[in-house]
Design a protein. Structure first.
Length: 118
């Protein structure tokens, strides 16, 4: 990564982050991100600037990708109601606790406990 100017897009927000301790110095963020990627064996991110917007595109490490074996193990550990809740949410991600409870003929509290893992 070559040298570049360090000019925040929004100086007011940058100043707040600096004072809160989230930023240690100006102009080090991109280099720190690139260094962290290298230390993990990941590709450096791609930075795309569109006018006043910045998009940072990371590529997942192969070791971080979820495989079918992992999901099979997780789904194998679910109760029947938990599987049904996932099916309902897969069909309609905006389903409410009450709608799910009505479909499963259980209480809203039961659905809430299953979703929260209690």
């Amino acid at each position: 990564m070559g040298s570049h100017t360090s000019k925040p897009y929004n100086p007011d927000i940058a100043r707040v982050f600096y004072r809160a301790g989230y930023i240690e110095s100006w102009g080090r963020g991109i280099q720190k991100i690139c260094d962290a990627c290298k230390s993990l064996g990941a590709e450096e991110p791609e930075y795309i600037v569109h006018g006043e917007d910045i998009m940072v595109k990371f590529k997942a490490l192969q070791s971080a990708k979820v495989t079918e074996k992992v999901t099979d193990k997780i789904y194998g550990e679910l109760t029947e109601n938990e599987r049904k809740i996932l099916e309902i949410l897969d069909e309609n991600p905006f389903s409410t606790y009450i709608e799910i409870a009505d479909k499963l003929m259980v209480s809203r509290k039961t659905v809430s406990q299953k979703i929260r893992g209690a």
